[in-house]
Design a protein around this ligand. Structure first.
Ligand code: DC
Length: 213
């Protein structure tokens, strides 16, 4: 079973995906981490995130060790990732890894949960279930600030809101695989919903799909 979860930055899709994978014992792939790893590779080598040649090379020879680098989660890495993610060659190079993961999940798990921006539309258009997780930009910025502060990281709400809005624009307005809700995706607006409620709603939809008809 393949479960596709898409949505804008900081909407809570990562938490939801991780919890669903745990509950159903499915494999989980955070596809944003792949774009972040490409971006981090450029940052570490001193390239601009807009350097297509360097980004193409980094995606083709992706160093998977970078997935465990603590700098992967920095705001600057996420922001740079949204630049390299707009490059068709980078997307093409990361596609096969994601499709393979969904079709043959590691450890022979019976299913895979992938979260990102184009999972339901491009990577796994035939996913068994699709969710589009979103929330207002203000609410997402608020959560991002709270999450950073809980890690002891300084965060300014106005700055984060600007970053979230700019990232939305880059992810939604790019030509190749822009962020959009697949027609057959279940919409989960988390603006006024706690993560537990979102999780219960999504889990019920999956259970209903697994149940013999
Ligand atoms: O989900 P995230 O914040 O870790 O993603 C970082 C960037 O990677 C995001 O701004 C856009 C890009 N991305 C993408 O284009 N397609 C995906 N499937 C996942 C992420």
């Amino acid at each position: 079973m393949i479960i596709a979860i898409d949505g804008p930055a900081a909407a809570g899709k990562g938490t939801l995906a991780r919890r669903l994978a745990e509950k159903f014992n499915f494999a989980y792939l955070d596809t944003g981490a792949l774009y972040r790893a490409v971006a981090l590779s450029l940052i570490k080598d001193g390239y601009e995130p807009l350097n297509e040649e360097a980004a193409r090379h980094a995606a083709r020879t992706l160093n998977l060790d970078l997935l465990n680098d603590p700098d992967l989660r920095l705001e600057a890495t996420g922001s740079a990732a949204s630049y390299v993610a707009a490059m068709p060659d980078v997307r093409r190079n990361l596609m096969e890894f994601q499709r393979k993961f969904s079709e043959s999940p590691p450890e022979n798990k019976a299913g895979a949960v992938l979260d990102g921006r184009d999972i339901g539309t491009v990577i796994c258009p035939n996913a068994d279930l699709k969710f589009y997780v979103t929330a207002s930009a203000e609410e997402r910025a608020k959560r991002r600030v709270a999450e950073m502060k809980s890690r002891g990281v300084e965060a300014d709400y106005a700055e984060i809101l600007e970053d979230v809005t700019a990232r939305d624009a880059r992810d939604m307005d790019r030509k190749d695989a822009p962020l959009t809700k697949a027609e057959d995706a279940h919409l989960l607006d988390t603006t006024d919903l706690a993560i537990d409620a979102v999780f219960l709603r999504a889990a019920a939809i999956i259970e209903n799909c697994i149940k013999p008809q």
